[in-house]
Design a binder for this molecule. Structure first.
Ligand SMILES: [Fe+2]
Length: 488
C-alpha cells in the first residue's frame, strides 16, 4: 500500500435507522494526471471500524471491503445493525495506514417523533470561483444530516479567466479543458475534494446527495446535450460522469450506474417528523421547448411534459400522498416556485427549472395536498438565496400558501457576490418571493414537530479565505400553517 492513501478524506451518507454508507477512496497522489490517484492497478483490501465512541473502545461494526481500480479504488460500505438516532465514529485502514476519523449519525426509529432535526443544504461548489468558507462554518454546527442539491463539480475547463480562488497555484494543464472522459471527471472530483473544509464537513455529518446538471454538462436533459452532442455520444459521456459521481461520494450500491442509468431518487424517513423525497430532475426530463431555455412558449404547458419521468412521478406522488409525517420535504436540484422574469404585462420563464414543466408541478401539488404533511421544498442551482411561498394559484397572491421553498445559495459558484444583483428585482416582483440574496453561503434548518426555522447563512467574500458568517435572514414556518414568517 502506498503511503498516505487517504488524501481525499472520509465520508458517510444516506442515514437509515439501522445504518449508513461509509466512503473513502485510496489516492496517495489525488491529482495524478492519469486519474488513477497514484494507485497501482490492482485491488486492495480496506478494513473499516464503526464505534460508539471517538476512542474506538466500543466497536459497533467492523469488516473489510475491496477497493478496485475499476471504481477508482473507492470504498462504499453499507453498515447495518446500528442503533437508531445515535452518533457513531468510523475509520478505515489500508495496510498500516489509518484514515482520519469520521463522525456520523443514524436516522431515528421509524415510529419515533424526534424533538428536533438539525440539517443544512449545500449546492454549487465551483472550486475555482472561491474558497469553501461556507463549509468551514458549517463544520462547526451540530448537525444530523446535510442535503447536497447538485453541482458537486463543474465540467468547465479551469483557466486563468475563471480561477477566482486566490492563493492557490493555477491547476495543471489537464484541468484546463472541459471534462469528457472518465479520467477527467475523476480528476475533477479529486481537485474539488482537496479543499480541507469540504473534507471536514464530509467527515462530520452524513450527506444525502442528488445531482443537478454540472455533474455531467450544463443544462442537459436526459440524453439531450445543450451543445448538440448526438444522443448516443452524450449517453456515453453521461455514463462516465455518473460513474465518477458514484466513485467519489457516499452512495449506496443501488446507485452504482448501469451504463448511463443512475438510480438516484429515493426517500429517507426521519421517524414521524419528516419524509425526505430526494429527486433526480435531470436524467428523466423532457428537452427544452423548441430548444429555448428562457421563453413562454405554449409548448411549456403540454400536459405530457415531465421533469421527473413517468416512473419517478408515480413513485413520488404515491409517496407524498401517503405521508404520515409532519413535514413532506422535497430535495430537488432546481427551483420549483413559479418565477415570472418579465416585470411588465408579458411573461417569461426559465424552462431549465420546474417552470419548464408546469403541468408536472400541478400534478405534484395535487398529490401533496392529499396528505396533511406540510410541504417544504429544498433546492439550489441559481447561486442565490431565495425563500418563496408555494401558491395554490400563482396568479393570485391571496390564494392559499401550500408550502415553502428554501433555496440555499451556492458554496462557491459566482464568487464574492453581493446582497442583490440585476436579477433581484425580477425575482422579488413575484409577490410569493420573500427573500433574494446574491451572496455565497448555505441554508441551516431546525425542524421540530411544530415549526421549521430556516436560517440563510451568507459570507461577505469567498475569493479570499477567512470570511465571517452572517445570518442574512431567518424565517419560521409553522407545521400545518405554511408561510414564511420573517424574524431576521
Ligand atoms: Fe450551479
Amino acid at each position: 500500500m502506498p503511503a498516505n492513501p487517504f488524501t481525499l478524506g472520509v465520508a458517510s451518507g444516506d442515514p437509515h435507522p439501522d445504518g449508513v454508507v461509509l466512503w473513502t477512496r485510496l489516492a496517495p497522489e489525488p491529482l495524478a494526471a492519469d486519474g488513477h490517484g497514484g494507485m497501482p492497478r490492482r485491488p486492495f483490501t480496506v478494513a473499516y471500524e464503526v464505534a460508539e465512541d471517538e476512542g474506538f473502545a466500543r466497536i459497533a461494526a467492523r469488516g473489510h471491503a475491496l477497493a478496485t481500480p475499476e471504481l477508482a479504488h473507492s470504498v462504499h460500505v453499507e453498515v447495518c445493525g446500528l442503533r437508531p438516532g445515535r452518533e457513531y465514529f468510523y475509520r478505515f485502514r489500508a495496510g498500516t495506514e489509518l484514515s482520519p476519523v469520521g463522525r456520523t449519525k443514524t436516522a431515528p426509529a421509524p415510529y419515533a417523533m424526534p424533538d428536533e432535526l438539525r440539517f443544512t443544504t449545500a449546492s454549487c461548489q465551483a472550486w475555482y470561483h472561491g474558497h469553501f468558507t461556507a463549509y468551514e462554518h458549517m463544520a462547526k454546527e451540530d448537525l444530523d444530516v446535510l442535503f447536497f442539491l447538485g453541482d458537486y463539480i463543474y465540467e468547465y475547463g479551469i483557466t486563468a479567466t475563471n480561477l477566482w480562488r486566490q492563493g492557490v497555484p493555477m491547476p495543471a494543464a489537464e484541468h484546463g479543458v472541459e471534462t469528457v472522459t472518465l479520467e477527467q471527471y475523476r480528476l475533477r472530483y479529486a481537485l474539488f475534494k482537496t479543499d480541507p473544509h469540504l473534507q471536514a464537513v464530509h467527515a462530520s455529518v452524513p450527506w444525502v446527495i442528488t445531482t443537478d446538471d454540472h455533474e455531467v454538462q450544463n443544462n442537459y436533459a436526459d440524453e439531450w446535450s445543450e451543445t448538440g452532442i448526438p444522443p448516443a455520444d452524450f449517453l456515453r459521456r453521461r455514463a462516465v460522469a455518473y460513474r465518477a459521481f458514484y466513485e467519489n461520494l457516499p452512495l449506496r450500491a443501488v446507485s452504482l450506474p448501469d451504463g448511463p442509468h443512475l438510480a438516484l431518487h429515493h426517500r429517507l424517513r426521519w421517524g414521524r417528523l419528516a419524509d425526505f423525497n430526494v429527486l433526480d430532475n435531470r436524467q428523466h426530463r423532457d428537452p427544452y421547448p423548441a430548444g429555448a431555455v428562457v421563453d413562454n412558449s405554449p409548448e411549456r404547458h403540454d400536459p405530457s411534459r415531465t421533469i421527473l419521468g413517468a416512473r419517478q412521478e408515480k413513485w413520488l406522488f404515491d409517496g407524498v400522498r401517503r405521508s404520515q409525517a409532519t413535514w413532506n420535504v422535497l430535495a430537488t436540484g432546481v427551483v420549483m416556485a413559479q418565477i415570472d422574469r418579465d416585470t411588465g404585462p408579458g411573461e417569461l420563464y426559465s424552462n431549465d427549472m420546474w417552470d419548464g414543466f408546469p403541468a408536472c408541478r400541478d400534478r405534484l401539488f395535487a398529490a401533496l395536498r392529499q396528505s396533511p404533511a406540510t410541504p417544504v421544498v429544498l433546492s439550489g442551482d441559481i447561486h442565490r438565496h431565495v425563500a418563496a411561498e408555494l401558491k395554490t394559484d400563482w396568479r393570485d397572491p391571496a390564494s392559499a400558501t401550500m408550502g415553502v421553498e428554501l433555496v440555499g445559495g451556492s458554496i462557491g459558484s459566482d464568487g464574492d457576490g453581493a446582497d442583490t444583483d440585476s436579477f433581484g428585482p425580477l425575482w422579488l416582483a413575484n409577490p410569493h418571493v420573500k427573500l433574494y440574496n446574491a451572496r455565497r453561503g448555505y441554508l441551516s434548518c431546525r425542524m421540530t414537530p411544530t415549526a421549521l426555522t430556516s436560517e440563510f447563512k451568507t459570507l461577505p467574500y469567498v475569493t479570499r479565505p477567512g470570511a465571517p458568517v452572517t445570518t442574512a435572514a431567518r424565517f419560521v414556518t409553522e407545521a400545518g400553517r405554511p408561510a414564511l414568517n420573517r424574524e431576521v
